[in-house]
Write a protein that binds this ligand. Structure first.
Ligand code: CA
Length: 225
């Protein structure tokens, strides 16, 4: 396991790095977002430990940007911001867990273990069709290792279609999935999302086609290479 730590307080950085090291994991630690970012770009980490108040930027914005770019690595946010709103903002930004300073180093290690374990458990089953790969754990779609950005509605539909590759999915099932977003589901709404999704898939070398089956629903078909 290899962890990355971004923390600007040198003493805390050294303490945490030592804890992690003693736990038997490798760790690279940095004092700025810029240095951490450069390391993330070139190294595959199993867990990121990110302080939110850093000299060269806000950790929350940084986490948000990582997730937007499709990074799936678990993130533990470390912060002195204890207010409930701050914690919610941290989780909403894409952190998997949140630890408020000052914290006990045994609890810190336990949370690291929990995140690493969860990551290992969900790493397995990707759904695939053609050159598309969908990760149900994160909701991320990739085409030949390139991330395909999806809206929440597109993601819900894509998951159903990817689970039923080569089989027709009734329109009713898609309507039901969309209704979970609190939408007023008109037949049009489904067609709108489907046609957007079809256009999106068409702009990648996906090796799959989203077909409409009149009077029944939709089908994701793998194209012969
Ligand atoms: Ca700080």
């Amino acid at each position: 396991m290899r962890l990355l730590l971004i923390e600007d307080t040198a003493r805390l950085r050294d303490l945490l790095a030592e804890s992690v090291h003693d736990a038997g994991w490798r760790i690279d630690s940095f004092g700025t977002l810029a240095d951490g970012d450069a390391a993330i770009a070139t190294t595959a980490y199993d867990l990121l430990l990110i302080d939110l108040g850093l000299p060269d930027g806000d950790g929350l914005d940084f986490i948000r940007a990582l997730r937007r770019n499709g990074l799936r690595t678990p993130i533990l946010a470390l912060t002195a911001r204890a207010a409930i709103d701050e914690r919610i903002a941290g989780l909403d930004a894409g952190a998997d867990d949140y630890l408020v300073k000052p914290f006990n180093h045994r609890e810190f290690l336990a949370r690291c273990r929990a995140l690493l374990r969860r990551a290992a458990e969900t790493a397995a089953p990707h759904l695939t069709a053609g050159r598309l790969a969908f990760d149900p754990a994160t909701g991320l779609l990739a085409c030949a290792d390139q991330d395909v950005p999806l809206t929440r509605r597109e993601r819900a539909i894509m998951e159903i279609l990817m689970r039923e590759v080569g089989r027709a999915v009734q329109k009713r099932r898609i309507e039901h999935a969309l209704s979970e977003f609190g939408d007023d589901i008109s037949t049009n709404a489904v067609e709108l999302v489907i046609s957007r999704l079809r256009r999106k898939l068409g702009s990648y070398p996906s090796g799959a086609a989203l077909e409409t089956i009149r009077g029944l629903g939709y089908l994701l078909r793998e194209l012969k290479a």
